[in-house]
Design a protein around this ligand. Sequence first.
Ligand code: KIV
Length: 260
Amino acid sequence: MEKITIKDIIKMKGKEKISAITAYDYPSALIADEAKFDIILVGDSAAMVIHGLKDTLGIGMEEMIMHTRAVSRAVKRALIVGDMPFLSYQTSERDAIENAGKFLKAGADAVKLEGGKEIAHIVKRLVDLGIPVMGHIGMNPQKYLSYGGFKLQGRDKENLLEDAKALEDAGVFSIVLEKVPYESARYVTENLSVPTIGIGAGPYTDGQILVFHDVLGLSLYKFKFVRRYLEGFSLFKEALERFREDIKSGNFPNLEESYE
Ligand code: KIV
């Protein structure tokens, strides 16, 4: 099984849709890799779906590196992207380099940073040093307080394209477009040479990404743009209820599950 590289992702533009999903630990990464996703993102959404926080601002480098290490132990094929958490790159180029380096040392193949023109100089510095970067524009969850909530962004497609172009010029290998109107996403996708990967950005991007727990119905969030492929929460709960009942009734364990 050949490992996917950033060059493979770039070449997929216009030829094959890029499939991406988040993962945060060994089992989720193993499942996603065996399901043959092209990209596995160790997203800072871990803050919400793993750690139960109300937003992504509270997760730090220590937790993100721990998640990245676990994911990288499982993945053989997918490109692993580590999501740089709030204030791990915005503060200075030096912080960005040090922290991006920690992701690569933990097993990531690339890092993702939220932001457009305002962080293009940081992206360029990382790329010049040989650190592959994925961009992320539109609704940036790390800026949700300034939007007044996780609100649709990118209605001004020229402005969105300006951000995308600044990142492309800085050397990103792909750009996530989050929660933007599909016409803006189409416009940006058609005017860029690097692939776009949408989440809540409609069908015209070069690829799609969703959060693992949203796809499998394990998170409590319900977004318009999510398609659930499993009602994981109720299935897990029913199984655990049966286990608990078997303990209570003495039905578990039986002698075959015991040592003589
Ligand atoms: O953290 C995350 O899961 C993300 C995706 C939503 C793109 O950034």
